[in-house]
Design a protein around this ligand. Structure first.
Ligand SMILES: *Cc1c(COP(=O)(O)O)cnc(C)c1O
Length: 236
């Protein structure tokens, strides 16, 4: 995308935040099973540069999501220094060699998805003294190429993380298959969270967050509807 088209949407970040927040509130008030608490809006700022993301901070927003540790490490320390009450969520895959950086920077790690990672997190929490809250990513569609614990393995994995490794596990997250109705996936995630006594359910993106709220989301992760189209990443 060109700089000029990014500028075209950039002036609207504050307006977009207001509009999305209003839609979130309305979805919570009109949930089919009765009103639910208004979910937290995680503003997904991946690919957008710090100066642009700052518009959302200036508008008063404080909860953000990034999906790449390296990008977040380059972008967020300065922003967090200026806005210390920021809450930063990692919403993308976490490689074990990035655990140290991730634990130092993020406040919530939404993508705990395998025993090896859980063990590395436990030891890094121990040595750093930092304890970001953890969500377990569930591969509700059981897609081979997608990260996450299979639904049938979720209870055991929660037990391993929470009881054996003593990670601060607070909830579950999912990314439904792109080509399917997300509602059954959201329903499954909410059910797994409830069964395990986990209060946080992270689900719903720009295209489906109102459905997710109706199905019990406590956190929605919204990027495009706030920041506009993502910039192409530089070639690796
Ligand atoms: C990019 C991303 C989002 C936000 O997607 P939009 O469609 O831009 O709202 C949400 N969750 C995850 C895990 C993402 O990677």
């Amino acid at each position: 995308m060109t700089t000029s088209s990014n500028d075209a949407v950039s002036a609207d970040v504050a307006e977009n935040l207001t509009a999305v927040s209003a839609r979130i509130r309305r979805a919570a008030e009109t949930a089919p099973a009765g009103p639910v608490p208004v979910p937290e809006l995680v503003a997904v700022s991946k690919t957008h540069d710090a100066a642009y993301v700052r518009r959302a901070l200036d508008a008063g927003h404080r909860v953000f999501g990034e999906n790449r540790v390296q990008e977040a490490v380059e972008k967020w320390p300065a922003l967090k220094a200026d806005f210390p009450d920021t809450v930063l969520h990692l919403i993308g895959p976490l490689q074990t060699n990035k655990v140290k950086d991730a634990v130092a920077l993020f406040d919530v790690i939404e993508t705990v998805d395998r025993p090896k990672l859980a063990r590395r997190l436990a030891s890094e929490f121990e040595s750093s003294g930092r304890r970001p809250r953890c969500l377990i990513q569930v591969n509700t569609g059981e897609e081979p190429q997608k990260a996450g614990i299979a639904p049938g393995d979720t209870d055991d994995f929660v037990r391993l993380c929470r009881d054996d490794l003593e990670l601060p596990v607070v909830g579950l997250m999912c990314i439904p298959p792109i080509d399917q109705d997300p509602a059954p996936h959201f329903a499954l995630l909410a059910k797994l969270a409830e069964r395990n006594g986990l209060p946080v359910v992270s689900m719903g993106m720009s295209g489906d967050y109102e459905i997710a709220i109706a199905m019990g989301a406590t956190h929605v992760r919204v990027g495009t509807a706030i920041f506009g189209p993502r910039k192409p990443r530089p070639a690796a």
